[in-house]
Design a protein around this ligand. Structure first.
Ligand SMILES: Cc1cc2nc3c(=O)[nH]c(=O)nc-3n(C[C@H](O)[C@H](O)[C@H](O)COP(=O)(O)OP(=O)(O)OC[C@H]3O[C@@H](n4cnc5c(N)ncnc54)[C@H](O)[C@@H]3O)c2cc1C
Length: 482
């Protein structure tokens, strides 16, 4: 590392991380001050918006009013409490949903290309009671485009300085432990010190860091979907000045990825179509013991996800036979039956084929007796119309080989655990006392806080945008620097 350089300037605000929350914080702060600094370790702005779907939820928006949809933040909160079974941080959810419409309306004013089908009540996740779910025509890129354009405008007006390839490596504190700035390392390894009245940690989650993911979530990282700079740096920075973590009890995962390897951070072969609303299942799902654990045609995605959460390693195997492979509509998005058959012929990891069920169980690593019993039970249901799990769609037994199994893995793309903040988004210590000079917004405060032990549509990206906006507006008193 080369010598440390220290700027003599004192910034009104330093934002660490130019993703969803940090871009928003920088834009709104730069409307009030010309001394705002945005640091990002990457060589581009945008953060997780490079990979995310960017689905947002907000109640009471102008778009809803234009469409005659009656909605309110209270109704949004009630839905989130219902969907999460009360596991969210209600103070933070209140702050998010009571300010979400202003955030969304602002995005629209900036030219956000909302999909004409929106708002809807839900897609892919448990639906809301009202249509308050939106996304751009290019997913996360639509949000990124709006934010980056506003940041570039602020830079061109001299109101914001952006330093890319600057990785925040240490928070600077005074003798009393208050945060007074940050040290960041540039691409050449040179360290730079920046001082500020206020510092916002907006450097995202830890879902691209296998070690931290395993430590905080208690299970391996089974996906490479998250943004590569989601390394959890902000957690280490926050803890280094007394911050504390919370939310591990709310770990939650999606219903299942088809992994393409057994390496750490595996990619995906494809996505199973497990939505009975789109395709009724012909297959059964079993856990490692060979036991079915959910009615496969269960309409509720939340119920399916909760059932998976209870299974060993959040893992299940999709089981079917040759006749189902040939007759059923394809169940991997983008693959026809021939392409699915080819995955088995290629000996892909986690795709198993065998002439007998015993052999299949052995190859796939499933308990043989359990699997045989599950299939006997399922075939009884098909013959009698009375499935033990109450499944209604019983098109064909699983009885004539070759037999097939595909291992699907539940994994989380968002960080459950977060840095503790109070309802003003100040980073707090163990005793709930704020660390002066330090705030946090975005995924770094934890999915556990705004979604709880569930997936509540849009309740990561929208709070990130909103909390960023609120901090940008609140941390700089009106009139300063104007
Ligand atoms: C595949 C996927 C799909 C998703 N879809 C949705 C969805 O549809 N709806 C929804 O609500 N949520 C969704 N999410 C979650 C949501 O997008 C994120 O939680 C949110 O965008 C995170 O915003 P953020 O600002 O906290 O972090 P990020 O957007 O990740 O920004 C953090 C920034 O900090 C930078 N950084 C990291 N470390 C440092 C450091 N030491 N110094 C300086 N800079 C640093 C990074 O480079 C990055 O630019 C999805 C997530 C994934 C992975």
């Amino acid at each position: 590392m080369t010598d440390t350089t220290a700027s003599t300037d004192v910034w009104d605000l330093i934002v660490i991380g130019g993703g969803t929350a940090g871009l928003s914080a920088s834009i709104f702060a730069a409307q009030r001050s010309s001394k705002v600094l945005l640091l990002d370790t990457a060589d581009v702005l945008g953060g997780t918006l490079w990979v995310a779907n960017g689905q947002l939820s907000a109640a009471g928006t102008r778009l809803q009013k234009e469409r005659g949809i009656e909605d309110s933040p209270q109704a949004h909160l009630d839905d989130i409490m219902r969907l999460s079974r009360g596991t969210v941080n209600e103070d933070l959810v209140r702050l998010a949903v009571w300010n979400a419409a202003d955030t969304f309306d602002w995005l629209m004013d900036q030219g956000f290309d909302v999909d004409p089908a929106c708002p809807v009540d839900g897609v892919g996740h448990e639906p809301y009671s009202r249509a308050r779910y939106y996304w751009g025509q290019q997913g996360g890129a639509s949000v990124r485009k709006v934010l980056v354009a506003a940041v570039e405008q602020a830079v061109s007006e001299g109101r914001l300085e952006v330093r890319l390839q600057h990785r925040a490596s240490r928070l600077l504190t005074d003798d009393a432990g208050n945060v007074i700035g940050v040290e960041a390392t540039d691409a050449d390894g040179a360290a730079h010190r920046f001082h500020a009245t206020s510092t916002v940690l907006a450097c995202g989650g830890y879902t691209a860091n296998p070690e931290m993911y395993a430590e905080l979530n208690g299970r391996p990282l089974y996906t490479n979907l998250p943004y590569r700079h989601s390394q959890g740096d902000g957690y280490t920075l926050g803890q280094s000045v007394g911050g504390t973590l919370r939310g591990g009890e709310n770990f939650f995962c999606n219903f299942g990825f088809l992994l393409d390897s057994d390496q750490p951070k595996p990619g995906m072969v494809g996505r199973l179509n497990t939505y009975p609303q789109k395709r009724l299942p012909w297959e059964i799902y079993v856990n490692v013991h060979g036991h079915r654990f959910v009615r496969e045609d269960m309409e509720s995605v939340d119920a399916r996800e909760n059932a998976l959460l209870e299974q060993p390693d959040q893992r299940y195997w999709v089981i079917f036979d040759q006749s189902i492979l040939e007759q059923a509509p394809p169940f991997i998005a983008g693959f026809d039956s021939a392409a699915i058959a080819a995955l088995f012929a290629d000996n892909r990891p986690y795709f198993y084929k065998a002439d007998t069920l015993e052999e299949l169980a052995d190859r796939a690593g499933i308990a043989t007796e359990g699997l045989l019993s599950a299939i006997r039970g399922y075939n009884f249901g098909v013959a009698s119309g009375n499935d033990f799990f109450g499944r209604k769609h019983l098109p064909a037994p699983i009885e004539i080989g070759p037999f097939y199994a595909i291992r699907a893995q539940g994994a989380a793309v968002s960080s459950a655990v977060g840095l503790s903040v109070d309802k003003s988004l100040r980073v707090v210590r163990d005793d709930d006392q704020p660390i002066r000079g330090l705030w946090a917004a975005g995924e770094i405060i934890g999915a556990s806080q705004t979604m709880g032990r569930a997936v509540c549509g849009g309740m990561m990206a929208t709070p990130a945008l909103t909390f960023g906006r609120l901090l940008g507006q609140r941390l700089i008193p009106l009139g300063e620097g104007q």
